[in-house]
Ligand binder design. Structure first.
Ligand code: VGL
Ligand code: ZN
Length: 205
């Protein structure tokens, strides 16, 4: 059984948003065409409290995209984004949500960031996504959404680690940093992940 994970397609990650991913809106039509190929569609939503420690605004004197440490881990300080209950945190209006059966929210603990849909960045707490997928008989996970080099990458990496056959839909994602994404995609391939395009879903298996 195959699941599509739709990662963080939220207003703040789209052009005009506070942590806009260049060309991020271009993936929406691609993602909207995917669900018919899947047994299950699940979404994630970055969902931060207003004073989240990953925000530069929570660190006086620091600027967005500076790096620091948080809980002993390297941390990029982000512009304030995806604050719980704000328009920027909503899934994109153009995203077709009718097949989305569950939405896993993450980044809710103010003290730790959470890129992956499965675990926080310290792998301290699970969102329950892995058990949910296993409970639905899922063995193959396909990942799409934003941003390629952060939440999509870490979600795909955890999916591999959880034992799912893992496919990243390259034309259904966009990155914050081209260099970061180049490193991340090489890492995924070295860990056994598959990089595919949505048109590959039309080919016989
Ligand atoms: C993301 C940075 C901070 C993402 C979320 O969805 O890729 N990136 N929070
Ligand atoms: Zn975030």
């Amino acid at each position: 059984m195959k699941a599509l994970l739709v990662i963080d397609i939220q207003n703040d990650f789209l052009p005009g948003g506070s942590l806009a991913v260049a060309d991020g809106d271009a993936i929406i039509a691609v993602v909207n065409a995917l669900p018919s190929h899947f047994d299950l569609v699940v979404a994630t939503q970055d969902w931060h409290p207003a004073a989240h420690r990953s925000f530069a605004a929570s660190h006086p004197g620091r600027q967005p995209f500076d790096t620091t440490e948080l809980g002993g881990r390297p941390q990029v300080l982000w512009p304030t984004h995806c604050v719980q209950g704000t328009p920027g945190a909503e899934l994109a209006a153009g995203l077709d949500q009718h097949r989305i059966e569950a939405i896993f929210r993450k980044g809710t603990d103010p003290e730790i960031d959470s890129y992956s849909g499965f675990y926080d960045n310290g792998h301290l707490k699970s969102t329950g996504l892995a058990d949910y997928l296993r409970g639905r008989g899922i063995t193959q996970v396909y990942v799409a959404g934003l941003a390629a080099d952060y939440c999509v990458f870490f979600t795909a990496q955890d999916a591999l680690q959880e034992g799912f056959a893992t496919f990243l839909l390259e034309d259904a994602t966009r990155a914050i940093s081209a260099e970061g994404w180049a490193r991340a995609r090489a890492q995924l391939v070295s860990q056994g992940g598959h990089l595919i395009r949505s048109t590959d879903l039309l080919l016989p298996a």
